[in-house]
Design a protein. Structure first.
Length: 262
């Protein structure tokens, strides 16, 4: 598919989705959101796509959130335009049915909805230049796309509230210290590090990876004993897969497994 505001590249089992609006710091307009949602739908439905990396074009911003200029010029139409998205801001913040791993490669500022896109991913790799924040109250809004909920559940309460209420920003190193980021990389090495993480994921059986993510997400609302005993659909699929046989066979034969994802 031809996109106007994003780029989609496929490298084997890895899909790279780039928000390609560096002239506006990769702000997300409704068109951008619809294109992102379409790209993530295609990734989720493609049996050969196993890991997704999300990043931004240029070296200034991953994404600074909502395109406020577009928002101001089209205020009356925003409810109608936003309603077209099924999976929330950027086509990802309310995507609860994708159990394939998603990596955010944060190349610069991740503010507002941009931070919320990163928080909706499973792994965050941050450039040394990355900055994270939720400045929505400064423009009369709030982090409605999961930011106030995800951030307050992932880092210490007072740190999260400082970011949410006072619009405080944190650096890449602070994000690493608080557990928001998995690794900090030099700007020129960011995609190399993100791809390394993706390749490490690909060493494992894709259905095992998806079953693990599904169990974490669906089990988080259950008491521990119920979560452990639950048989989620992805787990059942994994247990009945060819890869369930291939893994132990390859181990016994002292060779690399040939995962099929089925």
């Amino acid at each position: 598919m031809n996109y106007e505001a994003i780029l989609v590249e496929k490298k084997g089992h890895i899909t790279i989705v780039t928000i390609n609006r560096p002239e506006v710091m990769n702000a997300v307009s409704p068109i951008t959101g619809l294109e992102l949602e379409t790209a993530f739908n295609e990734f989720n439905e493609d049996p050969e796509a196993w890991v997704c990396i999300v990043t931004g074009a240029g070296d200034r911003a991953f994404c600074v959130g909502n395109d406020l200029k577009f928002h101001a010029e089209n205020f009356a139409r925003m409810p109608e335009l936003s309603a077209r998205l099924k999976y929330g801001f950027g086509g990802i913040t309310e995507r609860y049915d994708c159990f394939k791993p998603m990596i955010a490669a944060v190349n610069g500022m991740a503010l507002g909805g941009g931070f919320e896109i990163a928080l909706a991913c499973d792994i965050i790799i941050a450039s040394e230049k990355a900055v994270f924040g939720l400045p929505e109250p400064r423009v009369g809004l709030m982090a409605l796309a999961g930011g106030v909920h995800r951030l307050s559940r992932q880092i210490p309460y007072h740190v999260a509230m400082g970011m949410i209420l006072a619009s405080r920003r944190i650096t890449a190193q602070e994000a690493l210290n608080y557990g928001v980021a998995n690794e900090v990389a030099a700007p020129e090495k960011l995609m190399e590090v993100a791809l390394k993480w993706a390749e490490e994921i690909l060493l494992s059986a894709p259905l095992s990876v998806r079953a693990s993510k599904e169990s974490v997400i669906r089990g988080s609302d259950l008491p521990l004993d119920k979560a452990i005993s639950a048989q989620f659909p992805g787990v059942i699929k994994m247990m009945n897969s060819q890869d369930m046989i291939e893994g132990p066979t390859a181990f016994a034969q002292k060779r690399k497994p040939n995962w099929k994802g089925k």
